[in-house]
Design a binder for this molecule. Structure first.
Ligand SMILES: NC(=O)c1ccc[n+]([C@@H]2O[C@H](COP(=O)([O-])OP(=O)(O)OC[C@H]3O[C@@H](n4cnc5c(N)ncnc54)[C@H](OP(=O)(O)O)[C@@H]3O)[C@@H](O)[C@H]2O)c1
Length: 325
């Protein structure tokens, strides 16, 4: 079968090669899935570069979330050949024709979802649900500010915020992406490249600021968020695509009475795995009511993985970028 592999760390364009590898055999508790779609995530780039918080052994195949059809079942795994599932492969393994998943970490492919949507429905929506509900305890009527709102995790957070009854302000880079954020349901959008983010959030919120801020960007955007977080507000640290880890001086946190909340959704799989099926159940309900609707901005063949990662890493994508083997 075909699989993209990195034999050394570096930029995806330099180190990833499409190679032929033997078909894997599911170990006890695992299933082998024919990949119908694999979603690309910013961490795929970071893992290749060796800049992610976890470092898998080499050679490494990126791709952490897939949708596909079970073609082989390992001993003791509760699944059947032919089941259509989505799920997380771990840190990688999805940029391939076939991928292994732990059977306990697969979920039914919701009715009506395209392969691309099903592949992009897991990590980003679980992260958003965990962050907004478990970590920030977002309440109906509280204002939610979502940065990079047209992106992967951002687009999910906009939809989940609206579903939770929050007025949503989305930020995005450029008019076209602002339009995408508006289409996702954001009540207000700010072009944070061309507009003054701090002044605009204050204007929109009548000077109060945002109650919950969802920040996958970090750097200067995090610095600006500290200026517009409301009294008793919560800033959710989701990621650092800007490349700089910003600081939150503790005197500022104290004086303004706000919280900075770290979110590492993947850690819940180890520390509190019981939450994940509960959140997936909530997400399936939201999809059934079409209160969430995963946005697939680009669907490319598996052979175009380098182009997919180039789009993602160069601010050239909206929603999810997916590969279809
Ligand atoms: N904490 C968790 O559990 C968790 C889970 C999943 C993902 N994440 C993190 O969430 C972040 C976003 O991941 P994603 O896959 O959803 O990516 P994405 O949002 O689809 O793509 C990144 C977006 O960030 C914005 N951006 C701002 N400055 C950028 C820069 N210097 N370089 C590139 N992009 C920049 C761009 O949108 P604009 O052009 O609109 O600014 C870009 O489209 C990553 O840091 C990822 O590691 C965290």
């Amino acid at each position: 079968m075909r699989a993209w592999q990195a034999a050394e760390l570096g930029d995806p364009a330099d180190v990833l090669k499409l190679v032929e590898v033997p078909e894997p055999t599911p170990a006890p508790g695992q299933v082998l899935v024919r990949v119908h779609a694999v979603a690309c995530n910013f961490p795929d780039i970071l893992v290749c570069q060796g800049r992610y918080q976890e470092r898998p052994p080499l050679p490494f195949t990126p791709g952490m979330e897939v949708a596909g059809e079970v073609v082989a079942v390992g001993e003791g795994a509760t699944a059947r050949v032919g089941d259509r599932v989505l799920g997380q492969t771990g840190l990688g393994g999805g940029y391939a024709d076939l991928a292994l998943l732990d059977a306990g970490n697969t979920w039914p492919w919701p009715d009506g979802m395209t392969p691309g949507q099903a592949a992009g429905m897991f990590v980003t929506y679980q992260t958003g649900y965990c962050a907004l509900h478990r970590r920030a305890n977002l309440q109906p009527g509280e204002t939610l500010l979502v940065h990079a709102a047209a992106g992967g995790v951002g687009s999910a957070a906009v939809q989940l915020g609206k579903a939770a009854g929050a007025p949503v302000i989305g930020t995005a880079g450029g008019p076209a992406k602002c339009e995408v954020a508006r289409g996702l349901g954001a009540d207000h959008v700010i072009d944070y490249i061309g507009e003054d983010l701090v002044a605009r959030v204050k204007e929109i919120t009548g000077g109060r600021g945002a109650d919950v801020i969802y920040d996958p960007v970090g750097g200067d955007v995090f610095d600006a968020s500290r200026k517009v977080v409301a009294f008793e507000g919560r800033i959710l640290v989701i990621g650092f695509v800007a490349g700089r880890f910003a600081d939150a001086p503790t005197n500022h946190v104290l004086v303004k009475n706000y919280s900075v909340l770290g979110v590492h959704w993947g850690f819940y799989r180890r520390m509190a795995p019981e939450w994940i099926p509960a959140w997936q159940g909530e997400l399936e309900q939201l999809w059934a009511q079409r209160r969430i609707d995963p946005l697939v901005g680009a669907e490319l063949p598996l052979t175009e993985a380098l182009e997919a990662l180039r789009l993602l890493g160069s601010r050239g994508s909206v929603g999810k970028v997916v590969l279809v083997p």
